[in-house]
Design a protein around this ligand. Sequence first.
Ligand SMILES: [Zn+2]
Ligand SMILES: [Zn+2]
Length: 176
Amino acid sequence: MRLIAMEAARHDWAGMRCGCGGFAGHLAGDLTAVAAAGPGPEPDVGLEGHVWSPVTLWEPAPAVVSVALAALADDVAPVVREWFLRQLQYLVTGEGTDPSSARRGIDLPERCRDLAVQGLWLLYAEVMSNRSVGAVGSAFEIITVLEPDRARLERVREIAADWLPVCCRTGLCDDR
Ligand SMILES: [Zn+2]
Ligand SMILES: [Zn+2]
């Protein structure tokens, strides 16, 4: 979890407005608590209403994308990897920007996708690793949102067909 902790420590969480109405200082502790989770049950931490909701992203969203990419590169328990992949998926499929960020001309969904695309090969590595069907499915669905080279996406879909979830293999979940 050293990369996660390093990346989490680089951001000024306390200076960001959180979706819960306060400042986002609590997110630093939330993210490192998830990172420290062992091979047990899913970490009981949720970012909904703080960083993302089905219609809005809040100011800390790009920083959480960076921490999620660090998690993919890190040596962590499978539940931790899957948790961060799911957060990344919510962030790259975000549709709106909170009003105070929007007033400053920030497009949070676009910013999150621009950051996440830097981790494209980490996501492909996750798909090819076939470590767990949950992680493979989330990683592939994130790639379908981010990948500008559709021919590459289709080639990996063929190569990984034996272990991709049905929705990813058939393309049902593409481009949501
Ligand atoms: Zn909050
Ligand atoms: Zn799918």
